[in-house]
Design a protein around this ligand. Sequence first.
Ligand SMILES: [Zn+2]
Ligand SMILES: [Zn+2]
Length: 797
Amino acid sequence: MRGAVQGVGFRPFVHRLASALGLTGWVNNSNQGVLIDVEGPRASLEQFLSRLRTENPPRSFIQSLESRWLEATGCAGFEIRASESAGARLAIIMPDLATCPECVREIFDPLNRRHLYPFTNCTHCGPRFSIVESLPYDRPNTAMRKFILCPECEREYHDPADRRFHAQPNACPKCGPHLELWNTGGAVLSTHHTALLQAAEIIRDGRILALKGIGGFQLLVAARNEEAVRRLRERKQREEKPLAVMYPSLEAVRADCRVTEPEARLLLSPESPIVLLRCVAPPAPSVAPGNPHLGVMLPGSPLHHLLMAELQIPVVATSGNLTDEPICIDEREALPRLRHIADAFLVHNRPIVRHVDDSVVRVILGREQILRRARGYAPLPLPLTAGRPAAFDFTSPILAVGAHLKNTVALGIGGQVFVSQHIGDLETLESYEAFLRVTRDFQKIYDAAPQLIASDQHPDYLSTQFAASLVARQLGPRSLAVQHHVAHVLACAAENELAPPLLGVSWDGTGFGSDGTIWGGEFFLLTSKSCRRVAHFRQFRLPGGEAAIHEPRRAALGVLYELFGETGMMKYGLPLREISGPSMTPGGHPRFRGAHAPRVPQSAPSPTASLSPGNFDDPALKDLAIMLQRGINSPLTSSVGRLFDAVAALLGIRQIVRFEGQAAMELEFAIGDVKTDESYSFRLDSKDDTQGGSLLVVDWEPTFASILADIKREVPAALISARFHNTLAETIVAVAKRTGQSQLALSGGCFQNRYLTERAVFRLTEEGFRPSWPQRFPPNDGGIALGQIVAAMMDVE
Ligand SMILES: [Zn+2]
Ligand SMILES: [Zn+2]
């Protein structure tokens, strides 16, 4: 816990609360805040977590509370431990925090001098990471230095009894930043509160507003206005990927979505993330097409509070960028980049020092799980202290440059890992520049000169090439290439404080394997010395390489070819079911690209060819068969993500995707309310590995034989999908039994699949295993940089 939690009777309060709930463990003060380790029945722990926030001592304030669920260690009693002052006192930069209740009260109080002032904040809330230029965190080192405090604000700033004592971004209508409404030409239409009222009018009219928020621009449009939402999608070139919605209040959210108690807590937390909720009444069809969930957030800054109070309707709030580009932070830069999307710009004169996107979080298995880690969370470090996977080398700083999609970078310094805010997919020049900026920024702000640079093993990733170029030009430190799926396992093990040995399950769409093939269905045995691959899914060829990432139908063909050869593949062809291809926009190409596989000209038709979008014609099929036969541009893969694609295509759910993971998501959603414990059979074969050991191979031949039979028998897709998901969970149980490891770490993009994760955890627990999964860092590639740091500390490739 960080915030005003020391010297305010916080530890005695924690002691009382824990004892009252019959919980054991300890609490202490550290250089960063208060650390609590508490043990007991789940329900009591949840109560503890919730009451910490609501019953804290009067003068205390919790700025951020990060919790993880750990294995019980068998504490007796509850104690207040001695303060921890050992180790380097590291500069902790607080994340940007949502407006506190006191400040919210002030901006809506007509008698308060900050009435309707959109830049109100105090020591408990407001911007931090997005305004810091350098450390120490003092006003002259922030974007606020150009605003000279008025006498009244100055008094607050120097009064130890005031809530604004040393609140660096302190401001008021007299001395602080102000709003302006601009047209697309950059002309000022209005200023101050009038600008806000006119901006609200623009949204009400169904037009698109670009708003300069906390960590960058957002695009806002009335969420119940289908036509307006569609216009936003067209202009932003974002075809089907779900959009997030900001609601004026929790009550308003409840009208459209189911909200559980932990979800409500998250929505109202100082981190104020986008929370994925089960949606029962979508605001408009185009907000999140085909998706039973909705990304929802509540106002997190005074500006948002004022705007939403004026509007009283939900608004789509998506990052201010063109798809694949990083979020805009500067109004002069935003104007040319967003003028073709937005109808007006609500801007202000407080500079944003670095981009910080909205974070995305969900509750799974009763716990929070961060899917995109940025505003509210970054750059809080993960301390690698207790139960670390190995004897780490703490002495020299390590820089990790992450993967390719959902890139983040990280710095390992003195036993802490600082993971950057979400950067994005390194698909465009703009994103790569953002990557370079964050990498430089991180080294500068923590004053770290890395001795080691860790990257992915994929030679084509821009992040890998950046690391290689530094080393090649002798500008940088020595390098370590960490296998992608090993990094997933290590990230999960580190944040869950799992002591090895354990079985790591690492499943995703694609990652570069140490043998040069594409991995993605891997199992590792992690010991304190090594992370060794002990099992993988049977490999098959992906016709077209990179193209297969966008076209699940190619994965299906690869699977059919592997099972039946050319004749069988041609006989089955595609589809087995009626095709429900994607809706094509005129001249539309999939905006989503992937740089995983080698780029080779395609011989197969592009999605825009005059074919039925889901189907290949005979000549195209023949070409693909030849590619597969000769192994031309048809890399081998063990990817579970591609197996999801294959099943989705065979079931006619999706042949071509519009964004990463879409087919797998839709296959999961196809299950709907079907409940079954049935699964398909599979084989677990043993083969010799190259090091003279043995390797288990999960052979899905019986699985696909049954799926094809079920399709012929017209078994509902919901049931086939559920059985397929269950089968995958059973493969984990089977491999766990064979390797004899009781502790498991489940990670990789596939575990963003809620059904799969819940089923795997349920079955493993039922069989007596102890599974863990990512909570504070994303299971997707956003967690790779963390894993790379851990690998470097353990010296594991
Ligand atoms: Zn406040
Ligand atoms: Zn002032």
